[in-house]
Each structure stands twice: as structure tokens, then as C-alpha cells.
Write a protein that binds this ligand. Structure first.
Ligand code: GLC
Length: 421
């Protein structure tokens, strides 16, 4: 288990401070990309100084799918090693029973949060986790290259495909052989579910499983969207995109080797950072749509802090979740990591607007972001998503066309559902 360090032995240490406060040793587990962990550590240091508690970070691999697998093991073993889990927005229905209901512990602050963020973490009236930050992806593009080749900012996937090809061909002809047209998250994991849901939904192909639980994936619009995406692989996108997660895509774009990138908000602060080769030559816009009369879809992402029912330090753990989501810490996170906050007021903060203009700019996109079918499929979401990303990944790897693979997927989803989700 080389990814995990500092695992506790399960024996909680308790110290009584001179102030009369009991100091606990807490453990928080989370995955991180970009500067997430650095900012978290700084905030934990302040928490430690203010409260006398200590907090150890257990770092997880980048992939949310890998995290989910490990979290399920710890939780089903009722392990007390971890006090606070950073949970993906999609997991609340599946993991609800393992977490403390935060409702009574946040009654004084809950109205300050973006309502949809709280709703996404509420399962049968129980608040499973406190929203830490939200996510709604953008299309990142190279302003200098679009200008050089006289290309418009694309508003449809077809336009993106064409513009990417023109710029890539031009740059390669000039000797820039590392240049690619479009990078995104194409590995077989939850990130591909997010990307593919966007391609399909923005093409009028539905949302895999609709809010009422009906399966809606085997349709010609969905198939056309996936076939178009399959045509990118080895064309405007490298073959390797089939193994890309968030940081792989960012690496290519930020080093100057891609015209377009689909990525989450965190990539903005990094691509705009002092040491970024593209800092003065990129911009963001909403993701393209399937065509006229259709609108862009951005998958709702985000992370939330849940307090384990098996924690022996629940009171201090709740204090920690409240601390990490307070105004000051959300503001810092918004400015340094360009993560959309979960507190309404941070979007209105003048300093945030000045130092990280992406945040207020992106508020409408965050507000309209498209949730994945995790509420509709309840305990089966992970299996639904895995079946979906597998069908998409197979198609993009040349293993069957979209119509055939989506028709198989429909049958698989029906079997998974049984009489009800
Ligand atoms: C981001 C999103 C999360 C999503 C993941 C997929 O971390 O915030 O919701 O599941 O990307 O890779």
C-alpha cells in the first residue's frame, strides 16, 4: 500500500492541554491534484495552532475511483483510523450509513452554503458531508494559436474538432511535432464518465439514467457523440489520452502542447501561475455543445468532508470539518487553487474577484452544472458509472462502435437495476 502513509494503529492518543481542552490526534484522508494538499496543510497548521489538536493527512492517489475502492474497505471494516474523509460529490448515497449526520452540528451555518451543494450531500434527511468546494469544468484554449490560424473559439464539438486539426497540422508543419489538438480525461475511470456525460448530454442524448430512474443511453444522439469522441483518439488527441486523468491532461496543455483542454477549475490557477509557459496565452470558455439549439453541459464535481461514524474523536473531527469550510479557508482555497467555493458569500468577495476572476465568472456555470445519476441510482451508482465508462472506453479504443456498445450497456444497466434502483 505504497500510496498510503502515516496509517494510524487504531489507538487514539488523547492529551489534556493546560487550557483544560482535550487535544486529539486527528486523521484526514484525501486525494489531491495541483496545490490542494499544500493549501490543506497550511490550513491544518492554523487549526492545530488554534485548537491544540493535531491533524495527519493520509494522501490518496489522484483517481476518485481508486479512492472510492479504498474508502469502502476502511468503512466496511469500521476502521477508526480515519476521522475525516474527503468525499466526492457522487458518493453520499452509497456511503451515507458510515458517516455522522452533520445536520445538528451545522444548523447555525448551513444557510450560508450553496443550496445545491448541501442537497447533493443530503440522503434521506441526513447531511452526510459538509461541502468543501464545487467543480464545473471549462474548455481551456490557446488564444495565441487560435489567432495565429484565424480560428474562432468553438461552440460545438464539431467546430472544436476542425479548429484543433487546423492548428495542430499548422504547428506540426512548422516543426512543433509535440503539438496536439485536444486533451481530456479518457482513462477508464470516473473522470471519463464526467467527460462522456458532457459529450452526450450537450448533444441531446440524455443523462444515462434520468432523474426518474429510467435508462436513457441507447439513442442515436448519444451514439453519434461517442463516435465523434472516438474519432479524436490518434487524430487530434494522442492515443495516450485513453490513459489520461486530470493531471496528465494539464501537463500537456500547461507545457504548451495542446490547443484545447477539458479540465476542472483547479487547472486555471496553475496554468495562470508564474511558472506556467502558457500563462499569458490561454483563456477559458464553456464546453462546446452538439450543435445549434443545444447547450453546453458541465458535469457537477466537488468534494465534501464527512466525519466517520467509527471515529473516536467525532467532536474534534466535526470542528475540523467546520474549520476547513469556513469563510477564510474557502476564500484562500478559491484564490490559490481556483476551486469554486461552497459558501455563497465567497463568490461576492471583492478580493476573490480581484485575485481570481475565474471564480465569480464561473458562478453561473457552477449553478447550472449537470449532476451525474448518483441520486437516481442510489447504491448502484459506482457500478452504473463503471459500466458506462467501460462502454465508452471500449468504443474509443476501437473495440466496437458506439451504437453496439451503448445497446449492450443498456441491457447491462437494466440487469443492474432489476425491478428498481
Ligand atoms: C473531480 C470532480 C469529481 C469527479 C472527478 C472525476 O475531482 O470534482 O467530482 O468525480 O473529478 O475524475
Amino acid at each position: 500500500m505504497k500510496h498510503f502513509r502515516n496509517l494510524m494503529t487504531g489507538i487514539a492518543t488523547t492529551t489534556l492541554l493546560a487550557t483544560g481542552v482535550i487535544a486529539e490526534d486527528l486523521t484526514i484522508v484525501h486525494g489531491s491534484v495541483g496545490r490542494d494538499q499544500e493549501v490543506l496543510r497550511g490550513q491544518l497548521d492554523r487549526f492545530e495552532a488554534e485548537t491544540g489538536h493535531t491533524v495527519t493527512i493520509v494522501s490518496m492517489p489522484e483517481s476518485t475511483t481508486d479512492q472510492f475502492g479504498q474508502y469502502r474497505l476502511w468503512l466496511s471494516a469500521q476502521s477508526s483510523d480515519i476521522d475525516v474523509y474527503r468525499l466526492d460529490v457522487i458518493w453520499a448515497p452509497q456511503l451515507a450509513s458510515h458517516f455522522v449526520d452533520l445536520t445538528p452540528h451545522v444548523a447555525d451555518i448551513v444557510d450560508d452554503f450553496v443550496p445545491a451543494a448541501i442537497e447533493s450531500q443530503t440522503v434521506d434527511g441526513k447531511l452526510v458531508a459538509l461541502p468543501m468546494f464545487l467543480g464545473a469544468p471549462a474548455l481551456y484554449y490557446r488564444t495565441d494559436l487560435l489567432e495565429k490560424y484565424d480560428q474562432e473559439v468553438p461552440t460545438t464539438w464539431q467546430e472544436l474538432t476542425e479548429a484543433a486539426q487546423v492548428v495542430m497540422d499548422g504547428e506540426r508543419a512548422e516543426g512543433n511535432t509535440d503539438m496536439w489538438g485536444f486533451v481530456f480525461q479518457g482513462a477508464a475511470y470516473e473522470g471519463l464518465t464526467c467527460n462522456a456525460q458532457e459529450w452526450i448530454n450537450s448533444s441531446g442524448g440524455g443523462r444515462i439514467v434520468e432523474l426518474d430512474g429510467s435508462i436513457n443511453i441507447n439513442n442515436p444522439k448519444a451514439a453519434a457523440a461517442i463516435d465523434l469522441a472516438a474519432s479524436w483518439v490518434g487524430g487530434i488527441a494522442p492515443e495516450g489520452v485513453l490513459n489520461y486523468k486530470e493531471e496528465d491532461a494539464r501537463g500537456v496543455f500547461q507545457s504548451g502542447n495542446a490547443v484545447f483542454m477539458r479540465n476542472w477549475n483547479y487547472a486555471y490557477a496553475l496554468a495562470a501561475g508564474e511558472d506556467s509557459p502558457v500563462r499569458d496565452s490561454f483563456a477559458v470558455t464553456t464546453l462546446p455543445s452538439g450543435g445549434e439549439g443545444m447547450s453546453s453541459s458541465a458535469t457537477l464535481g466537488g468534494w465534501n468532508l464527512g466525519v466517520s461514524r467509527y471515529s473516536e474523536n467525532q467532536e474534534a473531527a466535526i470542528e475540523l470539518a467546520r474549520f476547513l469550510t469556513n469563510y477564510e479557508n474557502q476564500k484562500e482555497r478559491a484564490i490559490v487553487t481556483s476551486r469554486p467555493p461552497t459558501l455563497n458569500a465567497v463568490y461576492e468577495d471583492a478580493e476573490v474577484a480581484e485575485q481570481q476572476e475565474f471564480i465569480p465568472l464561473w458562478k453561473p456555470v457552477v449553478d447550472n452544472a449537470l449532476p451525474r445519476p448518483s441520486a437516481a441510482t442510489l447504491r448502484k451508482y459506482n457500478e452504473v458509472s463503471a459500466a458506462f465508462w467501460t462502454a465508452v472506453h471500449n468504443t474509443m479504443s476501437g473495440d466496437g462502435d458506439a451504437a453496439t456498445n451503448l445497446s449492450r450497456l443498456e441491457n447491462e444497466l437494466k440487469r443492474l437495476r432489476g425491478p428498481r434502483w
